[in-house]
Design a protein around this ligand. Structure first.
Ligand SMILES: *Cc1c(COP(=O)(O)O)cnc(C)c1O
Length: 478
C-alpha cells in the first residue's frame, strides 16, 4: 500500500513526532556511544525481506529502536566529537516539511519559493560573514566535500577557460593545487574525482603551530613553475579537522594574488566564527578568498547535509556547471536554475533547515551560542591543563588535542588509545584520538553541541581521570 487512509496517516505522523520528542528529551541520559556488532544488526534486518506488507507504526518502532541502539548519539551534550551537531528543533521540522512538499530545485520554475529562499539565505549568511554583497554568489551543497569539489572545478574553469570543453587533456602543463598537510582530505579525493590525480595535490608542510608554512608555499610554487607545472589553486583551511588550526589567510592570499592563483578557503567548521562580529578577526582575510566552503550542518546545528559554496565571481558557477540546454528541462528564462549552477541536478531544498533555524533563533542568539561554545572550549583547555593533561594545539576554536603529563607512557599511542577506549566505553562521553605532526597520537575533544555546559566539561575531566587510573592499574597488573 503506497498511500494510507487519513486516520492511519495521522497516527503515523503522531508516532514519528512522539519518537522525535522522546529522543530529544531522552538522549542526554543515554550512553553516548553504541556497542554495536554487525552480526546483531544484520540479524534484526534479515526479517525484512519485503514479502509481506507491514504495519507502518510497527516498522517505525523497529527503526526508532535501531537508531536508539546502534548509532553514535551526536545529540548527546557529551559527544566531544567531529563537528557533528545536535540539530535544532526548527531545523528538524524544516527537513520534515521538505520531505513532504518535495520541491524540485533543479529549476527556478518548479520551485520559485525554494530557489529564492536559498538565494536570500546565501546573501544573508555571506554578508554577515563579511563578504561583499556586490559580488557575492554561491550555492547550497550536500556538504563540505561537494563544496570543495566545486571549488576545484571552478578554479580549473577560471584558470583554463577551455577546461569545460576540452577537459584536462587540453592543458599544456600538468596542473597543481596546494594545501597544508593538515588540510581536509576531501580536497585530495576531489582532485582524483576531477581527473587531476592525487599527485596534483601538493601538501605544504606546517610550522610548529600547525599552520601552513607560507614561505614553503611560495617556494614550492616557484619551483613547480620552473619545473614546467601549472599551479592554479591554493586551499587555505580555517579550522582544521584535527586541531582547529586557522592558516594565515592574509599572507596566503598575498601569495595567491602574486601568483595569479585561485584562493579557496575551506572554512567548513571554523567559518561560523565569522558570524560573530568580535570573533571575525580570527578569519581576517576571508573576504579575499575566491571561493569558500562553509557547512551549516556543523556549527550552525542543522541536520546533514547542508554545505555552502560561496564565491565572489558571480559568473563562475554557470561557466562551470551549465551544459547546453537539455530539451526535457523546462526552459531557462533565468540564470538562476540550480541545475546549471552546481554539481547536482535534481535537488533537495537544503536551505530550508538553515532558514527555519535562523529565523527562529535570529543572529543574536546564533552569535551568543557560538560565543558560549568558544567559552566552554576555553574552559575545557584550562581544566585539562589543571588535571595534568597537556593541551598541544594552539587555536582559539573550541577543540583540544592533548596528551597525559602525569603518566610516564602519557605520550604513547598505546596509552592514549586505551584512555579514549575507556572514556567511550564508560558511555559517559565520546572523545577520539588522532595524529598531530611531531606529537604523534593525541586525544581530541571538541565542543560540538550547542548545549554542552560547564557541568559536562567537569564530567569529561572526571571520566578522563578515572580512565587514567583504570589504564594505569591494568598496565601495572599486566
Ligand atoms: C567536515 C569538513 C569537510 C568535509 O565536509 P563534509 O560536510 O563532511 O562533506 C571538509 N573540510 C573541513 C575543514 C571540514 O571540517
Amino acid at each position: 500500500m503506497l498511500d494510507l487512509p487519513p486516520t492511519q496517516r495521522q497516527a503515523l505522523w503522531d508516532r514519528v513526532v512522539q519518537a522525535i520528542e522522546e529522543y530529544r528529551e531522552g538522549v542526554k541520559d543515554h550512553a553516548v556511544a553504541p556497542r554495536s556488532t554487525p552480526e546483531a544488526i544484520r540479524e534484526r534486518l534479515a526479517r525484512f525481506d519485503f514479502q509481506e506488507e507491514m504495519d507502518p507504526i510497527a516498522v517505525v518502532d523497529l527503526v526508532v529502536e535501531g537508531l536508539w541502539n546502534d548509532q553514535m548519539h551526536v545529540s548527546h551534550p557529551r559527544y566531544f566529537g567531529l563537528f557533528n551537531p545536535s540539530p535544532t528543533p526548527a531545523s528538524i521540522a524544516a527537513d520534515a516539511l521538505v520531505a513532504a512538499f518535495n520541491p524540485q530545485m533543479a529549476t527556478w520554475n518548479h520551485s520559485p519559493f525554494a530557489v529564492e529562499t536559498e538565494r536570500h539565505l546565501l546573501r544573508q549568511i555571506g554578508t554577515r560573514m563579511g563578504l561583499s554583497p556586490k559580488t557575492l554568489d554561491g550555492t547550497f551543497c550536500t556538504g563540505g566535500a561537494e563544496a570543495n569539489h566545486s571549488a576545484i572545478l571552478t578554479a580549473l574553469t577560471h584558470a583554463f577557460p577551455e577546461f569545460g570543453r576540452l577537459g584536462l587533456r587540453a592543458l599544456d602543463d600538468p596542473p597543481l593545487l596546494y594545501i597544508s598537510s593538515e588540510g581536509h582530505h576531501s580536497i585530495h579525493k576531489a582532485a582524483r574525482l576531477c581527473g587531476l590525480g592525487s599527485l596534483a595535490v601538493r601538501e605544504i608542510p606546517v610550522g610548529p603551530d600547525f599552520q601552513m608554512d607560507v614561505a614553503a608555499l611560495a617556494d614550492r610554487i616557484n619551483r613547480d613553475r620552473r619545473a614546467g607545472f601549472a599551479p592554479f589553486l591554493v586551499v587555505a583551511t580555517a579550522g582544521t579537522t584535527n586541531a582547529g588550526i586557522v592558516d594565515p589567510i592574509e599572507p596566503i592570499a598575498d601569495i595567491a594574488a602574486d601568483q595569479g592563483l585561485w584562493l579557496h578557503l575551506d572554512a567548513a567548521w571554523g567559518g561560523a566564527v565569522a558570524l560573530v562580529p568580535e570573533l571575525r578577526p580570527i578569519l581576517a582575510g576571508l573576504d579575499r578568498a575566491d571561493s569558500i566552503t562553509f557547512d551549516a550542518h556543523k556549527w550552525l546545528s542543522v541536520p546533514m547535509g547542508a554545505g555552502i559554496y560561496f564565491t565572489r565571481h558571480p559568473e563562475i558557477l554557470s561557466k562551470t556547471f551549465r551544459t547546453d540546454q537539455a530539451a526535457y528541462m523546462p526552459t531557462q528564462e533565468d540564470a538562476l536554475a540550480p541545475f546549471g549552477r552546481s554539481m547536482q541536478w535534481s535537488r533537495r531544498f537544503i536551505g530550508l533547515k538553515v532558514f527555519l533555524s535562523l529565523a527562529v533563533s535570529g543572529w543574536e542568539t546564533t552569535a551568543t551560542t557560538i560565543r558560549h561554545q568558544m567559552n566552554i572550549g576555553e574552559h575545557l583547555r584550562v581544566s585539562l591543563n589543571e588535571s595534568g593533561w597537556n593541551v598541544i594545539n594552539p587555536t582559539p576554536l573550541p577543540v583540544s588535542c592533548f596528551q597525559d603529563r602525569k603518566h610516564s607512557q602519557g605520550k604513547t599511542a598505546e596509552y592514549l588509545n586505551a584512555i579514549a577506549h575507556e572514556v567511550v566505553d564508560s558511555g559517559s562521553a565520546w572523545i577520539s584520538t588522532t595524529k598531530l605532526g611531531q606529537f604523534g597520537t593525541v586525544l581530541r575533544a571538541c565542543i560540538t553541541h550547542f548545549q554542552t555546559n560547564l557541568e559536562d566539561v567537569k564530567t569529561l575531566i572526571q571520566t578522563l581521570d578515572q580512565a587514567r587510573e583504570q589504564v594505569s592499574r591494568s598496565s601495572r597488573n599486566a
